[in-house]
Write a protein that binds this ligand. Sequence first.
Ligand SMILES: [Zn+2]
Length: 260
Amino acid sequence: MHYVQCDNCSVVYQHPLPPPIAIESIYNQNNSDYFISEVKNSNFLEGENWLRGSAQFFIFRLQKYYRKPLQDASVLDFGCGTGIVLDELQKLGAQCTGVEMSPWACRYGRERFGLTMLNEDIMTVNLVPESFDIIVMSHVIEHLPNPSLIVSRLTTLLKRGGILMICTPYSESIGARLFGKKWLYYLPNEHLHLFNDRSIHHVMEHAGLSVRTVEHYLWRKRSAMGAVARLPISLARTAWQGATQFVSAKDGLIAFAAKP
Ligand SMILES: [Zn+2]
C-alpha cells in the first residue's frame, strides 16, 4: 500500500486508488462479512453498545451547532451501516433516512429499528434537494474514492442553514505521528483518504459549506465517551472539558459545517 499527501490541501490518500469495482465489492455484499469479521476482529453487533455510546457523543456535540430541537428534524445518514446513529436520533423524534451500500445492513436496520434505509447510490438516489436539516457522515468519508464529489452532492440535499457532521480518523493524531504508516487507520483499499483540520476544511468549503468547528476526540475509547454522553448535560460538559484537557491521544476528527 502506498499513501501520499496532497501538496495543496494536505489530505493523505492511497495512490493509486483501487479500481471502483474493488472498492464497491468490499461493502455491497449481500451478507454480514464486512460487519462481522473474525479476520478483522470486528463485530458490529457485539459492538452495538460501543457504537451507541459514540452515537450519543456525536449527538451531544451536534446539539451545540444545530440549535433547533431534534424533534421532527429531518436527518440523512450517508453510509449509515446498521443504523445505530439513526436509531439514537429516531429516539429523540428526528425523521431519519439512511443510505447504505450494504443490502445486509439495510435489512438489519429496517427490521431491527424500523428505519428507512435506502440501498442506493448516493449520487443517483431520489431524494429531494434541500430537504434535510442534518446530514451525518460517520466514519465514511475516509472510505470514499471521491470525497469532494460526495460532500458536494450531500450539500445539495441540505437545507439552507442545515448542518453537515463528518467524523473520521484524525491523520495528525499522536497515534498517527507515532506509528507512521503502521497507524491502524491506514487500511489499504478501505481507508482511501485521511484528513486533518486543513483538508477537512478544504473539502467542506469546496462544497460551499461554512465550517463551524473542527475538533478532535477519542474514537477508540468510545465506551468512555458513551458514558460521558449519557450523563446529564452540565455534568457531561464538565467531564468533556476535563477529558479534552487531560487526554491527548485523540484519534478521531469531528467537523461541523453549515450551508449558508
Ligand atoms: Zn488536495
